[in-house]
Write a protein that binds this ligand. Structure first.
Ligand code: SF4
Length: 332
């Protein structure tokens, strides 16, 4: 007869964490899924609407969402174990998540923390040595990886009989065949793709984050979120602009006017521009020409309004659009 137990599952919405959760739920454990939300997600988003939250329902997993904020960002700026191919601090990111799960384990009186990690699956964060290193630095025998447990030393919940080691697995390597078969046998149909399209692994976003790190090292969560919105241009070390691509983005960017130093709105069908930094006369002309490049001013509708602190600062008339070759010099 197994003892009843409670655990915190580090949950990503991917196949492996869903399988890990289902294995433990099927063993009669109370499982709380800790879903860490990276700082570039919209600040006003409802986490229950995320695909990951919907995926959790199919295994009856209750989630607690944790919004990664300033603490995560300071790790991102200076990860102890460095970056992967782009600006992804995978090892420190995992340590961060596991530390949050450990905190939650203590707060809730849970017996252990579980993850969907697989030995040898990812070169950067999941090879065996890294798994052991993470465990030693935080949870001391209370970190269980149900998918690879039989390849690792027994953890305290296994030794104490809270978890049945016989019903855990010995999966290793990068292949997905065993997980896919296991998921089918456990009735798991919907899951997010591996790494869930983490933006920190995206070369395009990485370039924008590197720009922030160089010119605006004090950046905050909303700056990371805005990296996904619009076209970004570095005009000079003291000035960066975000130019929207469509009306939805313009409506979204409107919400961040208070975070801007200046905000340009077109009186024609065209982009809004959020300005961060010091705006000189020649920059005003440059931004005007960029708005005209992406917008469609007409002989009747050809004015631009500059706002500062929500008040009208100045009105402009459209000028000649900038050439693409010239514009590309500023693009981030
Ligand atoms: S891919 Fe992204 S979410 Fe996953 S460990 Fe790396 S930085 Fe963290």
């Amino acid at each position: 007869m197994m003892k009843k137990g409670k655990c915190i599952l580090l949950y990503s919405g991917g196949l492996d964490s869903l399988i890990a959760g289902k294995i433990l739920i099927d063993q009669g454990l109370e499982v709380i899924g800790l879903h860490c939300i990276l700082p570039y997600f919209p600040p006003d988003m409802d986490p229950d609407q995320l695909k990951e939250s919907v995926n959790a329902k199919q295994i009856g997993l209750n989630l607690v969402h944790y919004r990664c904020g300033e603490e995560y960002i300071s790790m991102l700026k200076n990860p102890l174990h460095g970056y992967g191919k782009q600006i992804n601090p995978c090892i420190d990111c995992k340590i961060f998540f596991i530390n949050k799960a450990a905190e939650m384990m203590l707060e809730t009186g849970a017996d252990f923390v579980a993850t969907g990690e697989v030995v040898g699956q990812r070169p950067m964060s999941q090879h065996k040595n890294t798994l052991i290193h993470i465990e030693n630095s935080t949870l001391k025998g209370r970190l269980l990886r149900p998918l690879s447990a039989k390849l690792l030393n027994p953890t305290i919940p296994e030794i104490e009989g809270i978890v049945d080691r016989e019903n855990l697995y010995d999966i290793s390597g990068r292949g997905r065949t065993r997980q896919i078969a296991l998921a089918a046998s456990l009735g798991i149909k919907d899951f997010s793709s591996p790494a869930g399209g983490c933006l920190f692994t995206d070369a395009f976003i990485a370039a924008r984050i590197k720009d922030l790190m160089k010119y605006n090292p004090d950046f905050k969560q909303r700056d990371l979120y805005l990296l996904k919105t619009g076209r970004h241009f570095r005009i000079n070390p003291d000035l960066k602009i975000i130019v929207t691509k469509n009306q939805n983005e313009s409506l979204e960017l409107d919400k961040y006017e208070r975070d801007s130093d200046f905000f340009f709105r077109p009186g024609f069908s065209g982009p809004s521009v959020l300005v961060k930094g010091v705006l000189k006369e020649e920059d005003i002309n440059l931004i005007n020409s960029i708005m005209c490049r992406y917008g469609k001013p007409t002989s009747e509708e050809n004015n631009i309004t500059i706002y500062k602190n929500n008040n009208i600062h100045r009105e402009l008339k459209c000028i000649e659009p900038i050439s693409d070759a010239e514009l590309d010099k500023y693009r981030i």
